[in-house]
Design a binder for this molecule. Sequence first.
Ligand code: ADP
Ligand code: MG
Length: 334
Amino acid sequence: MSIQVLPPEVVDQIAAGEVVERPAHLVKELVENSIDAGATRVHVEFFDGGRHVKVIDNGKGMAPEDLPKALERFATSKISQTDDLWKLKTFGFRGEALASIAAVSKLTLTSRRKDDEQAFQLISHYGKKSEIDKVGGSLGTTILIENLFENTPARLKFLKSDAAENSAIKNTLKAMALSHFDVEIRIQENGKLVHFWPATQSRKDRVEQILEIKPLFVGEAARENVRAYAVFADPHNVAKTAKNIWLFAQNRWIQDRSLQAAVNEAYRHLLMHGEYPIAVVWVETDTDAVDVNIHPTKSAVKFQTPSLAFRAVAGALRSTLELAPWLPAAQQPR
Ligand code: ADP
Ligand code: MG
C-alpha cells in the first residue's frame, strides 16, 4: 500500500484510543474542564459502566460560536504558544479531549454564560455536528455522552465489566474531589446517588470526608523550590494495598513509583510487612520546574529534579511522624 494521509475521522478515532481508553479517563477530562472553567459545583451521572455519562457544571460556560470549536482537535482556550506549557494554571492544554470523545460517541454540549438569556446546544453524532440551537438551561455547561465506542466495536470489547468500569470512574472522581476541596461533587451511578461531597474548608477536611478516616495528621516540608503537604492516618490505621496512597503534583492526580516509595520510606519503621499507609500527598513546584505533558492521560509528570520531590514528600510525612505519640523515641525513624 502506498502512503496516504489518514482522513480526519480516522485520526480522531486513533487519538481517542489514547485519551479516552476507558470511561474513567473521559470522566476525568470532563471534570477537569469543569474545574478549569471555575465551577464550584460538578455533578456527574453515569450509566452502564460509563457508556453514558453526563457532567453538569456551574462554570463560566461557552459562547455559542465556541461550541463547535470546542469539539475541534487542537482547539483550546488555555494556551496559545508552547511557552505557555511552562506557565500552566489549567488542567487542559492540548485541546484534544472533546474532539476525541466526540469521535467515538454521541455528544450533546449545552452551555450558558452569565450574560446569556438562554443556553445554546450543539449535538455531535460521532463527529458530525448539528446546527446550534437555543434551549433552556442553567448557567454553566452540561456535556452528555451517549453510546460511547458504539462506532468502534473493537474498543468496546476491551472494556471491563460494568462493575469494574464503574469503580474506576468512582476512584477517579475520588481523586478529583481530594484535589479540589472547594468544589461540591455529586455522583450518580445508574440513577442512584452514590456520593455527595459538599465543598469543605481545607484539604484535611476533604480527606476526612472522602476517605472517611479519623484522626488525620498533617505535615509539610520544602526542599529548595519543591514543597510537599501531606494528610495521613496514624500508622495503626493501615491498608493492605498501596491504593490509599494518593499522590498529586501541581494538584494533578499522578501515578509515581518514586514518590510512592518516598511515602513508604517515611513510614519505614512504623509498618509491618504487607501494610501500607493511608496518605494523601500534594507536591508543588514552580510551573517551569515540572513537565506535565509527558503522558497521554496526563497521569504522570516529570520533575526537573526528581530527588527534591522525593525528599520533600518523605520530609512532609516525617516532620509529623517523628513527633508523634505512637512511638517510643528509640524506634523513631531517622
Ligand atoms: P483543553 O481542555 O485541553 O483546552 P478540551 O477538548 O478538553 O481541551 O476542551 C476544549 C475547549 O472547550 C476548552 O479549551 C474550553 O475552552 C472549552 N470547554 C470545555 N469544557 C468546558 C466547560 N465545562 N466549561 C467551559 N468551557 C469548556
Ligand atoms: Mg480539557
